[in-house]
Design a protein around this ligand. Structure first.
Ligand SMILES: [Zn+2]
Length: 321
């Protein structure tokens, strides 16, 4: 933590900070009102995010990702954070993961199991059930769970989670408060998925008084003029309907099975294209819930009725967009 900057002087990271190769620190003067932030990875590449936040001697790590540019069989060292490799420094209070994408949690397998990890409950179940298929097979037992607009207290830190629209299920932004200062770390987020209303809610009701914003910019390009738009999830659904209607034979889909939004898109598309009737689809799920890849998507009620996660919206407005 070399550079001392008054965090109150800016709301977003200026260009020169993003170009720097070394660590960054944002410091507010005065020992009792200082929050220091160190970006260990993720400022110069997509993914591999790791941010260390310190206040009054206590520290938390936000994300511990594997860079997308590094092959999975490389012996990648942990970021240089005191206590991270051996859990031998009590000032390190834990790791808070924004979402279950490998570029945000991939280095966790190198950590001692004793390090406390915090993340979404559904996200942790997805990682557990997908462990056999993921590069590191990580199975985490979190010390606590993130919940939309609820706070966790870790030592001097108050961490409030904001559920996001993202291709990862159960993804969050994090508001970190300590010593009267506020850092907002967006994690990955978007506004064109099935949960776009979450982004709109964030814009409509953002956290107040944020001193510093750390924002993901996966698709920000130097030569972009702001007009470039990728397909929305709704657009993907319409394209899948067209494929389902025009393909003469069986339709096969290949996509990340952890992308629950896409699963819903394909489900809706097959019904709207009359490849599958809603009753048949529901009956298949009721008969065989394992068709849905993760328990995060469904649960049994005390009366043994299948409950689908509300985000899946399988029964509502299935006949149209
Ligand atoms: Zn992500």
């Amino acid at each position: 933590m070399h550079d001392a900057l008054d965090a109150s002087t800016f709301g977003v990271l200026p260009d020169w900070m993003l170009r720097r190769r070394e660590s960054l620190a944002l410091v507010h003067e005065g020992a009792s009102r200082t929050m220091r932030v160190r970006i260990l990875r993720g400022a110069h590449e997509v993914g591999g995010n790791c941010v260390e936040v310190e206040h009054d001697g206590a520290r938390v790590i936000l994300d511990l990702g594997w860079p997308l540019t590094v092959e999975h069989d490389v012996d990648l060292p942990l970021p240089s954070v005191t206590g991270l490799a051996n859990d031998d420094d009590p000032s390190l209070l834990g790791i808070v993961l924004t979402h279950p994408h490998f570029d945000h949690y991939g280095l966790l397998a190198k950590m001692p199991r004793s390090v406390r990890v915090y993340m979404g409950e559904a996200a942790s179940r997805i990682l557990r059930e997908g462990a056999f298929f993921t590069p590191t097979g990580i199975d985490i037992t979190p010390a606590g769970f993130l919940r939309h607009r609820h706070s966790l207290s870790l030592g001097p830190f108050e961490i409030t989670a904001y559920l996001n629209d993202h291709s990862a299920f159960d993804a969050y932004s994090l508001l970190v408060e300590a010593g009267g200062r506020k850092l907002f770390y967006t994690g990955d987020l978007r506004a064109h998925g099935r949960k776009a209303s979450l982004f709109e809610e964030l814009v409509r009701r953002p956290p107040a008084g944020v001193n510093v914003l750390l924002m993901e910019g996966t698709h920000i390009r130097q030569d972009a003029d702001g007009t470039e738009r990728g397909p929305t999830e709704q657009g993907v659904e319409e394209a899948c309907i067209e494929t389902c209607r025009t393909a003469p034979g069986m339709v096969l889909a290949m996509y990340s099975p952890q992308n629950i939004d896409r699963l819903v898109t394909l489900y809706r598309a097959t019904i709207r294209a009359e490849r599958m009737s809603p009753d048949f689809g529901k009956r298949r799920i009721l008969d065989q819930p394992s068709l849905f890849p993760y328990e995060a998507c469904w649960s049994w009620s005390p009366r043994r009725e299948l409950r689908l996660h509300p985000w899946l919206s399988l029964s509502s407005s299935i006949s149209g967009p």
